[in-house]
Design a binder for this molecule. Sequence first.
Ligand code: ZN
Length: 103
Amino acid sequence: MSSIRHDAAFAALRAALMASYAGTLASTRMSPLEALEAMAAALGSIYREVADSHLDPEGCRCGWQPHALRDIVALEQAMGINAAGDEQESLFDLRSIMPAGHG
Ligand SMILES: [Zn+2]
């Protein structure tokens, strides 16, 4: 996740999510955390849909093989590491439970 292409994708996704977050806050009575939880729930359901399309023999043939437990841990860690920032590093260092490797 360090190439320029990844950095650009991250920036574009972050901007899109921020716009969705702002729109949700403006159009609902959700609290900030409720809106963020809804976004996290949406991401989880997108994972499920994408994974299912790769488990389907008639689905995507790109070769990626979903592994729900491992994939969900990776998603949770990606969110937690970015959410914690410097604030909670001394309380609970999420980096210390990062598994080695990719896939
Ligand atoms: Zn695919």
